[in-house]
Design a protein around this ligand. Sequence first.
Ligand SMILES: [Ca+2]
Length: 122
Amino acid sequence: MQSYTKSRPRQSKSILMQKKLQKDSILNEYDLDGDDTITDEELRQAKEIKETETKLRKNLAQLRMARYTLIGMGVFTVAMFIIPIQRVEALADISNLFYISGAGIVGTYMGTSAYMAKNGVK
Ligand SMILES: [Ca+2]
């Protein structure tokens, strides 16, 4: 009983006391409506926003990868016309792998983006 009454005030104090943020806290961005109070709803919304931003960044990175792979394949193909024929023959095995892996990257990107557009980005 003694320990119960002893711990009770501490518990109610933590419920009643409002948490304060330091000035320019990194959590300020979660206060979406700017009323200096971070509600559970705002935290939930902020979480959704962060998740969406992460998805967009990921999509952008994949788009860049596919784009640069295509550009790289184009540059490689053009370079084949310029460099001497012995070197082209020496590079034949590598260039086959290069084209196959490049087409794989671009094809996978197009397939997944078409799939995600059909089923909603999740
Ligand atoms: Ca708020």
